[in-house]
Design a protein around this ligand. Structure first.
Ligand code: GLN
Length: 313
């Protein structure tokens, strides 16, 4: 075991070194660059195996916001609250073909529900659906889940990022879906939940802890306590494969083959069922709004240890 850990550490240090040699290209969303705390050149990776050991490399001390990785939370909570039959009256299950904040698919057919819970419209609808009498009550539940998943009971959100998230595009998705009957609630009871959850800040190790719980079918890898029921984790993993990387999910499945969810902070959470949780972070994004360095590192890790779900052994 010790040898395996050392081998992993050596390899992670090597790929971080390789990342530092490549010229940075890609973009950081302006509002994130302006308000979060992160070092914008930071590249880091952490692996947490289901036996609870963590190995990490790179600039691992910084905190970054979860952004769309947090979309897993209101989906999990809504499924816990109502079960899947009811929840999928509110969003579809189809893979993403458009940019994450798109309205177009809902316009194509009259009163069409959001494509899936991993695009903004679907996640906003889930924030409306999940139980809780106010935005504060709902967000408390989201934060409690995030704290259990990351193992950090002090976890919180970044107020500056939260303020900067308050933008018209997502407002329009709220009103559009309320107009169509997929949200039954007031703006102030729903949107602060979405904006706050995207602003929750984690370290890379906390991200790999969270990944490890997903890899461990919903149970904490340290205490064995169930955090999310395993049938709900199965649903999360299926959405991570089909929609987690937006319209790059197909090529990501071919090249990496690991259930994953990205966020525009440049972070990606990835979980190999029964084996390993991975967190990667590199702030520059490609045209699909996914982390360039993050995908490159995940490709290498997947190839090195043959971790693709779709490989032969
Ligand atoms: N803050 C982002 C938004 O809703 C989250 C999107 C993302 O990470 N892809 O616009």
């Amino acid at each position: 075991m010790k040898n395996m850990q050392e081998e992993m550490l050596k390899y992670l240090e090597k790929i971080i070194e390789e990342e530092k040699q490549v010229a940075r290209k890609g973009e950081i969303p302006d509002y994130i660059e302006a308000v979060d705390n992160n070092d914008h050149g930071a590249v880091t990776v952490s692996l947490t195996s289901i036996d609870g050991t963590t190995v990490r490399a790179g600039d691992h001390e910084g905190r970054f916001s979860l952004q769309s990785i947090s979309k897993l939370f209101p989906l999990a909570l809504s499924l816990m609250d109502y079960g899947s039959e009811e929840v999928f009256n509110y969003t579809g299950k189809a893979p993403t073909g458009n940019v994450y904040h798109s309205l177009i698919q809902m316009e194509m057919q009259e009163k069409e529900k959001p494509l899936n819970p991993m695009v903004n419209s679907g996640a906003i609808v889930m924030c409306g659906l999940m139980k809780g009498d106010s935005a504060d009550e709902k967000f408390e539940r989201v934060l409690a889940l995030a704290r259990d998943l990351t193992g950090n009971q002090e976890l919180t959100y970044n107020e500056n990022v939260y303020q900067a998230e308050n933008q018209d595009l997502n407002r329009s998705l709220f009103y559009y879906n309320r107009h169509n009957g997929y949200i039954d609630g007031e703006f102030e009871d729903v949107m602060p939940v979405y904006w706050k959850m995207t602003s929750i800040e984690v370290t890379i190790e906390e991200l790999s802890n969270m990944a490890a719980v997903i890899a461990n079918h919903g149970k904490c890898v340290h205490s064995g306590k169930e955090i999310i029921p395993s049938d709900i984790v199965t649903t999360l993993k299926a959405f991570m494969v089909t929609c987690g990387m937006y319209d790059e999910s197909g090529s990501f499945a071919l090249e990496v083959g690991i259930p994953a969810k990205s966020g525009v902070s440049g972070s990606i959470v990835a979980a190999i069922p029964g084996k390993l949780g991975i967190g990667v972070m590199g702030p520059d994004l490609n045209k699909y709004s996914n982390s360039i360095a993050g995908i490159r590192m995940l490709k290498k890790i997947s190839n090195k240890w043959r971790l693709s779900l779709f490989s032969e052994d």
